[in-house]
Design a protein around this ligand. Structure first.
Ligand code: NAD
Length: 283
């Protein structure tokens, strides 16, 4: 009989990119608690190893910290070999590395006549290298690991990919066009890849987190001096029917569901986990 719990995940092997970050760590912790062996991948070896040690200590499940740049094919190939050697073949890939940058952020939201005098604060002042960096990190940084770290799944005959999208993917938030465009592309790619891989038994889904206070958005949502909410932070809270930011742990139940056999007929979806933000019209 089918078991309606997460026990089927015990002993599986998961590669999670951006594993040293706030959301990556929360997911890695939850996955390891369910018995999934974790390869924590991050840009810097020391960040990855520190996270892995912490998780192994807390959960008693094997975790390995591995250096991997999601934008560099050679680095990912090397990481893939290292995961295989330390843990075994990958069953689950979570594409969690991503983020925004002030260099890809306009200073004003909606351009007014007077703003023509200060184009540097508008779309016209965006640094293209900043735009490209953010777009690539979020989109190519999902595509490349999906190509390189899932080859074991083809061999074993099954696997799951979980992408981390964003609220910006459905409707772009003001100021951050590169991040929004990249996350919209992640949704589209989730559907494309889910279709492409459906008959080789690899499922591909995504979570679109709502708003969580983390390093990538703290500069936009809170005032550095007072620690209080910025106008933008207040707008987000007002747009979230539950009236609060999420905690990274709020994503874990949905993530576990999507990588488990409980969702075995589910592929190509993007699930908002957002306190109702996506459902609310604002009125
Ligand atoms: P974070 O900055 O805490 O973590 C990101 C991690 O990715 C860091 O450990 C960083 O070292 C790593 N990283 C950066 N560049 C990398 C690269 N080239 N290769 C490998 N690793 C790299 O961010 P977070 O808030 O935990 O975000 C995780 C994911 O969730 C991102 O994809 C982000 O876009 C998404 N997200 C976050 C929020 C939020 O409110 N924080 C909302 C929606 C979506």
């Amino acid at each position: 009989m089918q078991k309606y719990d997460f026990s089927g995940l015990k002993g599986k092997i998961c590669a999670l990119t951006g594993g040293g970050g706030v959301i990556g760590m929360a997911m890695a912790r939850a996955f390891a608690a369910a018995g999934i062996k974790m390869a924590i991948l991050d840009l810097k070896k020391d960040i990855a190893e520190k996270a892995a040690k912490e998780i192994e200590k807390e959960t008693g499940t094997r975790a390995a910290g591995i250096e991997a740049n999601v934008l560099d094919e050679t680095s990912l190939e090397k990481a893939s070999a290292e995961i295989k050697q330390q843990l075994g073949p990958v069953d689950i890939l979570v594409n969690c590395a991503g983020g925004n940058s002030p260099k890809a952020t306009t200073q004003i939201e909606i351009m007014k006549e007077a703003d023509k005098k200060t184009p540097e604060k508008t779309f016209y002042g965006l640094a293209l290298d900043g735009f490209k960096f953010v777009f690539d990190l979020n989109f190519m940084g999902t595509l490349l690991p999906s190509m390189i770290l899932t080859k074991d799944m083809l061999q074993s005959g099954s696997g799951v990919i979980l992408n981390i999208s964003s609220m910006n993917s459905f409707k772009p938030l003001t100021k951050i066009p590169a991040y929004s465009a990249a996350k919209a592309a992640v949704n589209n790619f989730t559907e494309w890849l889910a279709t492409h891989l459906a008959q080789v038994n690899i499922r591909v889904n995504a979570i679109a987190p709502g708003f969580f206070l983390t390093n990538q958005n703290r500069f936009l949502l809170t005032d550095e001096k007072t620690g209080g909410l910025t106008e933008r932070g207040k707008k987000i809270i007002n747009g979230t029917p539950m009236g609060k930011f999420g905690e990274p742990e709020d994503l874990c139940g949905t993530a576990l569901f999507l990588v488990s056999d409980l969702s075995s007929f589910l592929t190509g979806v993007v699930i908002p986990v957002d306190g109702g933000f996506n459902a609310y019209s604002g009125v």
